[in-house]
Design a protein around this ligand. Structure first.
Ligand code: NAD
Ligand code: ZN
Ligand code: ZN
Length: 361
C-alpha cells in the first residue's frame, strides 16, 4: 500500500519550499514507516534548498524528527509498531571499513530506506539526510529509528536527531571536553548553543560564546556560557585571548562554517588545543593558514559530522539527562509551527529570531 501525505519539498535551487503530495510506500525488508510527530527546522534544510549540499532536487526536507513507528518490514527487530523513536541520519552498516574497525560513529556507509518516496507523478524525492520528515509519514531504514523514553515529548526529542546532537557531540565526543577546560564556541544558533550545553555538561570551566547578534549571546548564557563576545563590535580572537590569560582556549568550536570563523577558531586556541569544525561550509569556500602555525601550535584540527555520535548509545542517554533536569533540551524549542510555515521559519532563522522552530504534526 502507498500512503498519500503532505510534505515540504524544495523543487529547485533557491526557490521557496512548497507543500506537495508525497507518496510513501509501506516498509520493505529492513525498513520502518514512522508517523512523524515533530520535526525541527535546521540550517542544513536551508543549505539543501539553496543547492549548497548537492543538486539532487527535488528534496523532501526535514531531518530533526521524532515520532511513532507505524509499521516495520520483514527482518526488523530493533523497533516495533507503537515505539517512540528519534530518527537518526547515521545508521551504522556494521560492515564498512570504519564499522569493522570498531568505529561505528564514523560509519562510511550509513543505511537508508531502499525504496524512494515520490511526488504524486512518481518523480523520486531525495530525502534530506536520508530522512525527509517534514511529512506526516516517512520511510527510513529501521536502524535509523532509535527508541527513547516517550516522556520527553516529540518537539524536544526530535531536536536530538540532528543539530542539538551535532553541537553536544562536537564538544563532548569530537572535542573531548573535560573538567577544567576552556572552550570558545563561535556561532550560537541551535548547534552552537548545544555545544555550549555540552561543554558545561563535560565540566568546562570557561565557556566563551561568540556571535554577531546580542540576542543570541543572551540565550547562550542560559545554556552555560560564562562570557560572551559580540564579533560585530569586538575582535573575537583578541577577546578570547584576554579572557584566557593571554593564551587562548583548549577547544575552539566553529559552529558557523565560514573561512573567517574557522580562522578565528584556529587562532583563538591555546598551544596543543583543538579546533572542531561543525558548521557546514559551502562548496566554493577555501581557507589559507600559515602552515608553520598549523605545525607550531600543535594540537589537532577536527571536523565533527553529527557530533561523532552513535545514535543508539547517545539519544537515549541525552533524553534521560534531559528528564533528570541536567540538560535543558526544551529551551531549544523557540516556537511550534505547522507544516505550512517552514519557508517562514527559514526567514526567522536568517533574521536570528529563533533557535529552533519545530513543526508539530
Ligand atoms: N556537522 C553537523 O553534523 C551539523 C549538523 C547540523 C547543523 N550543522 C551546521 O551547523 C551550522 C549552524 O547551524 P544552526 O542550525 O545552529 O544555524 P543558525 O543559523 O541557527 O545559527 C548560526 C549562528 O551563527 C551566527 N553567525 C553568523 N555569522 C557569524 C560570524 N561571522 N561570527 C559569529 N557568529 C556568526 C548567527 O548569528 C547564528 O546565531 C550550519 O552550518 C548547519 O548546517 C552541522
Ligand atoms: Zn559502517
Ligand atoms: Zn540538521
Amino acid at each position: 500500500m502507498v500512503h498519500e501525505v503532505q510534505g515540504v519539498v524544495a523543487g529547485s535551487k533557491g526557490a521557496p519550499v512548497t507543500l506537495e503530495t508525497v507518496l510513501v510506500p509501506d516498509p520493505g525488508p529492513g525498513e520502518a514507516l514512522v508517523r512523524v510527530e515533530a520535526c525541527g527546522v535546521c540550517h542544513t534544510d536551508l543549505h539543501y534548498r539553496e543547492g549548497a549540499i548537492n543538486d539532487e532536487f527535488p528534496f523532501l526536507l526535514g531531518h530533526e524528527a521524532a515520532g511513532t513507528v507505524e509499521a516495520v518490514g520483514a527482518g526488523v527487530d530493533n523497533v516495533a509498531p507503537g515505539d517512540f523513536v528519534i530518527l537518526a541520519w547515521r545508521a551504522p552498516c556494521g560492515t564498512c571499513r570504519s564499522c569493522v574497525r570498531g568505529r561505528p560513529w564514523y560509519c562510511f556507509s550509513s543505511r537508508n530506506a531502499a525504496q524512494p518516496m515520490t511526488l504524486a507523478d512518481g518523480a523520486p524525492l531525495s530525502a534530506a539526510l536520508g530522512i525527509g520528515a517534514f511529512a506526516e509519514l516517512t520511510l527510513v531504514d529501521a536502524g535509523q529509528a532509535v527508541k527513547v523514553n516517550p516522556k520527553a515529548g516529540a518537539a524536544v526529542a526530535g531536536l536530538l536527531g540532528c543539530g542539538i546532537m551535532a553541537g553536544l557531540g562536537a564538544a563532548l565526543n569530537t572535542g573531548g571536553v573535560s573538567r577544567g577546560d576552556s572552550v570558545a564556541v563561535i556561532g550560537c544558533g541551535g548547534v552552537g548553543d548545544a555545544a555550549i550545553a555540552g561543554a558545561r555538561l563535560g565540566g568546562a570551566h570557561t565557556i566563551i560564546a561568540v556571535d554577531i547578534d546580542d540576542r543570541k549571546l543572551e540565550w547562550a548564557r542560559d545554556f552555560g556560557a560564562t562570557h560572551t563576545v559580540n564579533a560585530s563590535r569586538t575582535e573575537p580572537v583578541e577577546a578570547i585571548r584576554e579572557l584566557t590569560g593571554g593564551h587562548g582556549v583548549n577547544l575552539a568550536i566553529d559552529a558557523v562554517g565560514t573561512p573567517k570563523t574557522y580562522e578565528q577558531a584556529f587562532l583563538a586556541r591555546d598551544l596543543a588545543g583543538t579546533v572542531v569544525l561543525v558548521g557546514v561550509p559551502s562548496p566554493e569556500m577555501k581557507i589559507e593558514l600559515p602552515l608553520l602555525d598549523v605545525f607550531g601550535r600543535g594540537g589537532s584540527l577536527k571536523s565533527s559530522w553529527y557530533g561523532d555520535c552513535l545514535p543508539s548509545r547517545d539519544f537515549p542517554l541525552y533524553i534521560d539527562l534531559y528528564l533528570q533536569g541536567r540538560l535543558p533540551l526544551d529551551r531549544f524549542v523557540s516556537e511550534e509551527i505547522s507544516i505550512g510555515d517552514v519557508e517562514d521559519a527559514f526567514h526567522k532563522m536568517e533574521r536570528g529570531e529563533v533557535l529552533r522552530s519545530v513543526v508539530v504534526l
